[in-house]
Every structure is written in structure tokens, then in C-alpha cells.
Write a protein that binds this ligand. Structure first.
Ligand code: ZN
Length: 299
């Protein structure tokens, strides 16, 4: 019986877990994200202490990290957090620093790819070889699963920064992305909504027109993802998606934007099962890390 270690490395906290699957969890903790020199030793200590207390060993470790990260296995910087907006973490060789302390296989990927893998193994993407997981919260990111594996390629998908139609007479807000201003994340992330409307996202009433505009932008993103990735399902998670009624609005705006172009029953007649919420909820990331760890033994 294998036990896996999982690290969901986030910009505000590191969730660490020892588990086999969502039904078998031995230990877990949350460690605040401070500087790398403070946080990484705390993470290592959690696993060392837990292993000793439980009298177990770990078969492998999965790390689902905030980024951007270097995922080029054949490059010296593999497993490094690169141009992160979290200044202290820029150019942190997270994987190498963990490798020094763990003499087991370590699988490393982005937080969103990890969450996508977790949803694919135990959640809303179960049984599908091609789907997209998108998280809409402080930022917008996503994992694209193709043939059962996350797309990496040149770096990794950064679908939050796709360009979408922004009619400035309709929505004069400039956008907040420091790189592109009015990319998807610049217009539709939680902080973008807060800045545009002057009200924290969670406090915007369900009846506020903010949610129609939000659905308009996310519907466009889904239009693009359907045409580019041809997924069998799109999973929408993250804090912003917790607003009741939003996913229903997005199903309509996505259908309207695609305008019948894709000849599929899923989009035309069964959109409720095509655009869905994550089944693992806030646990997608940490169990994604466990799913990543299990990939060490899948080939
Ligand atoms: Zn951007």
C-alpha cells in the first residue's frame, strides 16, 4: 500500500498532505507562504515529523506549484518558480530544494495542472481524457488535459492571459493585468471585478450587472477554449465561481458566443453537463498534488 506526499504550493499558503486518495488521508497541514527560507524548511519538517509519528514512508511526492514555473525537464532550471509576482519567490528552485531532503520521486507541475489532474482522477473530469480546468479567483489560470496528460509544451498554458473582445464603450474599465491590461485575467479576475465596481467581489449582490459582464467575458473564454482544445468538458473553479447563479449565466453566454458553430449535443443540448463546477472543490489542488505523486508509478 503506497502513501503519497502532496504539496499544493500557493501564493498565500502551502497545503501539505499525506494521503492515498480523498478517502484515505493520514495527515495534513497548512503553512503560511512567507519567504522560501522560512516556508520550505517548515514544509520539509511537516513530512519528516509525520512520517516518524505515523511510522510510514512515502512512495513519492507531488508538487503543484504557483508560478509561472519552469517545466522543461531537460533544462537546469526545471522545477524553478520563475517570474512570479511574489518577489521573494522569483527564481526559487523549489524542486531542487525539496529533492535535497526527499530521496523519492518528485512529480512537479503547476497548481492548476495539479488541480486538473486531481479532478480527472477523482472529480468532475473522471473518465475523460480531454478536458479543461479553469480557476477564476485572485488570478485566472487553467490546466488543459489532452490524452489524459496536462499540456506543457513551450512553458505551460497561461489561459488567463488570452485576449478577449473588450468593448470600451460598453465597459470602459482598463483592466489590471500588468502585462496586457485587458486580457481575460485583467478584466475578469476577482481583483479586476473589485477594482471595476469598487466593491469586494464576494459582496457584489447576485442581481448586480457585474455578474452579467463577468459571464460575458468568461463565455468568450469558453468559446476560445472549445475551439482551440476541443475538450469533452470544462470545469470552472476558484473563488469567483462560488457566486450563486454565475455558472448558469456562463453556460448561456458560451452557447450564445459559439452560436451553434460546434455540432455537438454536449454544447447544444446538454451544456449543464459540459460546463461544470469542480467535484473536489477547494480540495482539488491538494489532491491534485497526490494525483501527481501517483503519476510517478503510472508508466
Ligand atoms: Zn495578462
Amino acid at each position: 500500500m503506497k502513501w503519497y506526499g502532496g504539496i499544493e504550493a500557493g501564493g498565500t499558503k502551502f497545503n501539505c498532505i499525506i494521503a492515498r486518495d480523498p478517502d484515505h488521508v493520514l495527515a495534513e497541514t497548512t503553512i503560511q507562504t512567507k519567504s522560501p527560507d522560512e516556508t520550505i524548511p517548515d514544509v520539509i519538517k511537516f513530512f519528516e515529523d509525520s512520517k516518524q509519528k505515523l511510522g510510514i514512508s512515502l512512495s513519492s511526492l507531488g508538487v503543484a506549484s504557483f508560478g509561472p514555473v519552469n517545466l522543461s525537464v531537460d533544462q537546469p532550471g526545471y522545477g524553478t518558480i520563475t517570474s512570479s509576482p511574489k518577489i521573494q519567490w522569483q527564481n526559487t528552485p523549489l524542486l531542487d530544494r525539496l529533492k535535497v531532503n526527499f530521496n523519492i520521486p518528485i512529480m512537479f507541475d503547476t497548481d492548476v495542472n495539479g488541480a486538473a489532474i486531481g479532478e480527472g482522477k477523482w472529480g468532475a473530469g473522471k473518465g475523460l481524457s480531454d478536458f479543461v480546468y479553469v480557476t477564476i479567483g485572485t488570478g485566472i489560470g487553467g490546466g488543459i488535459i489532452t490524452n489524459g496528460l496536462p499540456v506543457h509544451g513551450l512553458i505551460h498554458p497561461e489561459l488567463g492571459h488570452m485576449v478577449i473582445n473588450h468593448d470600451r464603450t460598453f465597459d470602459p474599465f482598463e483592466g489590471i493585468c500588468p502585462f496586457h491590461h485587458d486580457c481575460l485575467e485583467g478584466l475578469a479576475s476577482g481583483p479586476a471585478m473589485t477594482k471595476r465596481w469598487g466593491i469586494p467581489t464576494q459582496d457584489l449582490p447576485e442581481t448586480h450587472s457585474a455578474w452579467d459582464l463577468e459571464a460575458y467575458y468568461l463565455g468568450q473564454a469558453i468559446h476560445n477554449l472549445c475551439l482551440v482544445c476541443s475538450p469533452n468538458r470544462i470545469i470552472l473553479g476558484g473563488g469567483v465561481m462560488k457566486k450563486p447563479g454565475l455558472i448558469e449565466k456562463i453556460r448561456l453566454t458560451a452557447q450564445s458566443s459559439l452560436n451553434g458553430y460546434i455540432e455537438s449535443v454536449e454544447i447544444k443540448n446538454n451544456i449543464d453537463a459540459f460546463i461544470v463546477a469542480p467535484a473536489l472543490g477547494d480540495r482539488a489542488g491538494v489532491f491534485g498534488a497526490i494525483a501527481l505523486a501517483s503519476l510517478a508509478f503510472s508508466t
